[in-house]
Ligand binder design. Structure first.
Ligand code: HEC
Length: 292
């Protein structure tokens, strides 16, 4: 055995578990390939568009024939083979006409693929997430998939599908099931002193209780995207309750808190602070003026 083969042997003998596994850059997640549906925008029907007010992100959702037919019937019984694809797009002002906002590049692709047997543990939908290049992000795929499912169960009454058909020719009506609700984001009061120290240390000592999200399914299964998506909901609750509002993971390591503040810079508008953990669970603080 020469020296080189000897090194190779040692490297292979180290168990894989001793390295932090890199989940990023893969062409498939949850047994769903990005390439299987990459032409969705050309081939499928546009179901609806949505806009994230806080991040300025445009979302377009498409469905294949089976998915769109089921959705339009108002049914929640999606057959195997139904697929939804959603893309998130950054936006910014057109420099030559700044009140008009234009697309500024793809942020991500998300798929939901119905296979009742294969994806039984996540309500029959297989969830997959890819970056702009059709490759996976660094987060652990099982935890991510469970976080997708946890949030989608908010609309269990719509077969875990948020999107509702929009008629691009004449739509002014709301689809029938939009008024029905099943699970919702629920808040309850929590005493500040009952909170773990890594969280309570951000809350002014004069505040004895805060509003806290109770939904245990969401709190048990969350990924970074969940924290981001929760921010506007917490802001709303903080505005109406005028108290800090908290969303924390079941193990307390990941959280978002919105804290109303007074600040001279914002003058009479008022202000608030958002403290949110990043992918390494480190808290990051941002400050904003209240707009309305
Ligand atoms: C915190 C809540 C939340 C999480 C987590 C979440 N989603 Fe969604 N998802 C939504 C909402 C709300 C919509 C409706 C469209 C929009 O607002 O962008 C949606 C829409 C979709 C759609 C279009 C079909 C539909 O239900 O309307 C797909 C596909 C999708 N999500 C996939 C995923 C995948 C894959 C993940 C995990 C990587 C995920 N989602 C995680 C809230 C969530």
């Amino acid at each position: 055995m020469n020296l080189n083969t000897c090194f190779l042997f040692i490297a292979l003998a180290i168990p894989g578990a001793s390295f932090a596994e890199d989940f990023s850059g893969k062409p498939s997640m949850n047994d769903i390939k990005y390439s299987s549906y990459k032409d969705f925008a050309a081939k499928w029907e546009l179901v609806t568009i949505r806009f994230r007010k806080d991040t300025g992100e445009m979302r377009l959702t498409y469905g294949n024939k089976l998915a769109v037919e089921t959705l339009k019937k108002g049914s929640t019984q999606y057959p195997d083979g139904a697929v939804f694809a959603k893309t998130g797009i950054h936006t910014s002002s057109d420099p030559q006409f700044i009140s008009s906002v234009v697309p500024k590049g793809i942020r991500r692709f998300q798929y939901m693929v119905k296979d009742k047997k294969k994806y039984a543990s996540t309500g029959g939908w297989g969830y997959a997430l890819f970056d702009a290049n059709g490759k996976t992000f660094p987060e652990e795929p099982k935890a991510t998939r469970d976080a997708c499912y946890a949030c989608h169960t908010i609309v269990e009454n719509r077969g875990d599908v948020f999107s509702e058909p929009f008629d691009f020719v004449k739509d002014t009506k709301f689809p029938s099931h939009s008024q029905k609700t099943s699970m919702q984001i629920k808040f309850e009061w929590k005493e500040t002193k009952s909170l773990p120290q890594n969280i309570s240390s951000f809350i002014p000592t004069t505040i004895v209780k805060v509003r806290s999200v109770e939904n245990s399914k969401l709190r048990m299964n969350l990924f970074q995207g969940t924290l981001d998506e929760m921010k506007p909901i917490l802001e709303e609750e903080s505005k109406s309750s005028k108290t800090p509002v908290l969303f924390m993971s079941q193990d307390n390591k990941r959280f978002v808190i919105v804290i109303p503040k007074t600040s001279e810079e914002c003058m009479e508008m008022g202000s608030y602070e958002i403290i949110s953990t990043d992918v390494n669970n480190n808290p990051i603080t941002e400050k904003f003026c209240t707009h309305d």
